[in-house]
Ligand binder design. Structure first.
Ligand code: 16G
Ligand code: MG
Length: 530
């Protein structure tokens, strides 16, 4: 009990309603949930109780913040279609406050018979005033499990009598269609800013967009109507109804991890033509093109950060603001070493642990902070004081400064390319990526892996870091690090080196070390791939 001695929940606690609804959404006994890097994420078929409880939690978070609107997104991003997930978004569009991640995990795991009393204690101890209003806006991606999970979530809201607003695609075109006007307003605002930013520039050739058969397809189709000929789109992988299509052999994660274009675009892409891939919930962006020699070249989050940061630096300099406006870049350990070198020679660069929330926070330490993960998550954050400058003002209209929106990032890239009159090949030549490889290692307990120095070094298992370093030192321009995933039950190994074969070999060897150290199942030992 807290020292202030609050013994009871303030305001009404509808325990019977909560119990009745909770009985409709029992927690499976053998599943343990955890609120990870991007919320709860696992098989869609075991998430019903979690969604119900997240409905309650979102309503409570809103009450705690005096009725400010909380966002909830039901998605598993780039994961396969059978997965699903849910994450909460705080009122300014930032990730849920870390302390509440812990509350979310606690509530999700409370056994059915204890749920109502656990909830009561939580509300009392967190001093939530139940008489406060609560507002929650929610949406989902196109996964088949989404529809029933939304119902479970809505039951959570109803059990507290909270107000929810469905901004999801499942109301589109129906009588309950809601929030259309504000969504249109968003496209309007972005496309107007885009038009102003590229006015007077040469006509922009068509851009191929791989929509990952996900929700980005709907958004891109709408945005195309607003942009018209200013930026013509050629949309691919827009099928959101055929089962199994989502993120399957397409999308930003496929491209980044397999380092090749979606098979559906082979034969479509012309030499030099700009193409990009979104992921299932359209917050990642990966650009690429086929060069004159028919090689596939990727313009990943690091290349995007470089392009955008150099543009912003130019604008700030032209406006005579270099002395007062500090521009910086934030990356993670996954950033290609060549990008870090290129950027560090020109700007302050900071490295944070993986996950948008860490990067976003670090970016706010600069006046203008550009952050992109290599995997394509990111955005620039531009401050109010830079509105003195017309372009910077239009930029703030264009970019989404809170949570990732791959389409606004894409428009930003197109603006910079138009201003610099860069082709994809010229953009690519800013620096040459070091060959790199990412390997997943299946281990019995990934939580045994703890890191420090923005995930660049392992603290435990003891002694492993020294062995990794010993290996890395044998490779020219070698670099490798190991971290537990926050979204999958695996440990990830990243390696880069001066030559493709060396990067592959180093990744395989470090993967083997990790595997042997962790005592994994021999049938799942990483296979040689070089
Ligand atoms: C999530 C994160 C992303 C991060 C990725 C790492 C958000 C919105 N997304 O997708 O930033 O790069 O997880 O996944 O926070 P991992 O921990 O499995 O490597
Ligand atoms: Mg995503």
């Amino acid at each position: 009990m807290s020292s202030a001695g609050v013994l009871e929940v303030r305001g009404p606690f509808p325990s019977e309603e909560i119990q009745a609804y909770s009985d409709l959404h029992p927690k499976p006994r053998n599943v343990v949930y955890s609120y990870g890097t991007a919320g709860f994420r696992t098989l869609g078929s075991v998430l019903d109780s979690v969604l119900f409880r997240v409905g309650i939690l979102a309503a409570l978070r809103s009450k705690k913040l005096d009725g400010k609107t909380i966002g909830v997104m039901i998605t598993a991003s780039h994961n396969p279609e059978e997965d699903n997930g849910v994450k909460l978004v705080d009122p300014r569009g930032e990730m849920l406050e870390a302390a509440w991640e812990h509350h979310a995990t606690l509530l999700a795991n409370s056994p059915n018979e204890e749920f109502v009393s656990t909830l009561y204690d939580f509300i009392r101890d967190t001093r939530i005033d139940m008489s406060k209003p609560s507002r929650v806006v929610y949406a989902r991606d196109t996964r088949p499990s989404g529809e029933s999970l939304v119902k479970a979530f809505e039951d959570g809201l109803k059990s507290l009598g909270a107000e929810g607003r469905d901004a999801a695609i499942n109301t589109k075109g129906t009588k309950e269609e809601y929030g259309e006007d504000s969504e249109d307003g968003y496209y309007q605002k972005m496309s107007e800013a885009f038009r102003k930013l590229v006015s007077g520039r040469p006509r922009i050739p068509p851009l191929v967009i791989d929509c990952a058969n996900g929700v980005g397809a709907h958004a891109a189709q709408k945005l195309a109507q607003y942009l018209g000929e200013t930026l013509p789109f050629v949309l691919h992988n827009t099928d959101t109804v055929t089962p199994g299509g989502l993120n399957h052999e397409c999308g930003a994660d496929y491209v980044k991890t397999s380092q090749r274009p979606p098979p559906s675009l082979i034969g479509v892409l012309q030499k030099g033509q700009r193409a990009c891939s979104l992921d299932g919930d359209a917050d990642r962006l990966m650009y690429y093109f086929i060069d004159e020699r028919n090689y596939f070249l990727m313009l990943d989050g690091d290349k995007i950060a470089t392009l955008v940061a150099s543009f912003i630096v130019d604008l700030v300099r032209l406006a005579g603001l270099s002395d007062s406006v500090r521009v910086g870049v934030v990356q993670t350990a996954y950033a290609n070493g060549a990008s870090t070198k290129y950027l560090s020679d020109r700007l302050p660069v900071k490295c944070t642990p993986t996950g948008v929330k860490h990067l976003h926070h670090a970016a706010e330490q600069f006046n203008i902070g550009v952050y992109f993960e290599a995997n394509g998550h990111g955005t620039p954050s531009t401050p109010a004081q830079s509105t003195a400058l017309k372009h910077l003002r239009n930029l703030t209209e264009l970019v989404n400064q809170t949570v990732g929106d791959a389409l606004s990032d894409m428009l930003l890239v197109e603006v910079v390319l138009a201003h610099k009159a860069y082709s994809a090949a010229e953009w690519n030549s800013l620096y040459t990526d070091l060959p790199n490889r990412l390997v997943k290692v299946h281990v019995p307990n990934r939580h045994a892996f703890k890191t420090e120095d923005a995930e660049r070094r392992l603290v435990t298992p003891q002694g492993l870091q020294a062995k990794i370093e010993e290996l890395v030192n044998r490779y020219e321009s070698g670099r490798s690090f190991v971290r537990p995933s926050g979204t999958e039950d695996v440990v990830r190994v990243y390696a880069e080196a001066g030559l493709r074969s060396q990067a592959d070999e180093l990744a395989y060897r470090v993967g083997g070390l990790v595997f042997d150290e962790a005592g994994g199942d021999p049938s799942r030992r990483p296979k040689e791939f070089y």
